[in-house]
Design a protein around this ligand. Structure first.
Ligand code: SF4
Ligand code: SF4
Length: 337
């Protein structure tokens, strides 16, 4: 498995990492097997979060006994000093380890949040102290907003930034270039655009061709996915003419206005699973799975047509999607379908 530097750091992690969100969906035993399969396939970088349900705990059980072979990254949404101190201890306990390689500030969205984190009573101080105490090895930053990521890079206070990047989301490219120059690692989240991209191999090949990228973390919840993703860097990943054409076609089809299924817009007051509406409509309209998508959509408890247009979800979407308008479109397409 190819290894790249994480900025200045020869950190020893594989270029394909394990994104720890989806193992919440499977049983603990299955999750442990999936994580163990990573190491067998050469994947030894794991990214999880305090906010990913049982993910840290399952990973902790899976890496127990051979901790030194893994590079573990986690993150917390907490912004204050004491909260971060507590979260670091919880992560250490959940991951069953004495140290965490990379502890990240999770999804920093606004300047005010950034200032709180870096302020006197902020989370950054707790991370610094944990680093000095040997509880964490490096401090990272994650977010979806270009200006915030650039601010993190310019501050030179982080070992890495984690940011979305894929065939249809290239807004971070300039920041990645800058990060590389400054010796800051770049971890790519959402390599499959939150499920909007179907061809995982093509999606990963595309990203591997960017030399500013250190690690790519597709979410995985099956051994087959692990094996498939691990194989991509082993082969020549230069994009062929046919693949470049396919990429252009996908870019034309999807544009920018699509849901990445991050879930930050919830909870909806009426109980609508917002990303599920867009996902089913996507399967219906783009992937030639009309019947299947329609039956899944019909089985949803609450549908786009139940939206009361309160608008409370929209400011929470890191991609500024006009959710109400898009739900109206879903309603039009799916109710007629
Ligand atoms: S605008 Fe619709 S989807 Fe968004 S929170 Fe309100 S009811 Fe839910
Ligand atoms: S609508 Fe926005 S916030 Fe909600 S899941 Fe999609 S991309 Fe994320």
């Amino acid at each position: 498995m190819e290894k790249r530097r994480l900025g200045k750091w020869e950190f020893g992690g594989s270029v394909i990492g394990f994104g720890g969100i989806p193992i919440q969906r499977i049983t603990d035993e299955e999750g442990i097997e999936v994580v163990k399969a990573c190491l067998q396939s050469g994947i030894n970088f794991i990214d999880t979060a305090r906010g990913y349900g049982k993910s840290e705990e399952v990973i902790g059980k899976a890496v127990k006994g051979n901790r030194d072979q893994w590079v573990l990254a986690t993150k917390s949404m907490v912004r204050d000093y004491q909260g971060m101190k507590n979260d670091i201890e919880i992560s250490l306990k959940n991951l069953q380890t004495e140290y965490i390689d990379l502890y990240q500030l999770h999804n920093v969205r606004k300047d005010a949040e950034y200032e709180e984190i870096m302020g006197e009573n902020g989370a950054y101080q707790a991370l610094l102290e944990a680093k000095e105490a040997g509880k964490i090895r490096a401090i990272g930053f994650t977010g979806h907003d270009v200006a915030m990521a650039e601010r993190a890079v310019d501050s030179k206070k982080f070992a890495s930034i984690q940011f979305p990047y894929n065939i249809v989301e290239s807004q971070g490219e300039k920041v990645f270039e800058k990060a590389k120059k400054e010796g800051i690692g770049v971890i790519v989240m959402k390599p499959l655009a939150g499920g909007a991209l179907e061809d995982g191999t093509l999606a990963i090949k595309y990203i591997l061709n960017n030399p500013n990228i250190s690690v790519i973390i597709p979410g995985m919840d099956s051994i087959e996915q692990v094996q498939e993703n691990a194989l991509v860097p082993a082969k020549d990943y230069t994009l062929t003419k046919r693949e470049l054409e396919k990429i252009e076609e996908i870019q034309r089809k999807l544009g920018n206005r699509f849901c990445r299924r991050c879930g930050y817009c919830g909870p909806c007051g009426v109980g609508i699973d917002i990303p599920a509406q867009f996902l089913m409509e996507g399967y219906y309209s783009r992937y030639n799975l009309k019947e299947w998508a329609k039956s899944r959509y019909d089985a949803l408890d609450k549908k786009a047509s139940d939206c009361e247009q309160c608008g409370l979800c929209e400011p929470k979407c890191p991609y500024d999607l006009p959710i109400r308008e898009m739900l109206n479109e879903v309603k039009e397409i799916m109710d007629k379908g």
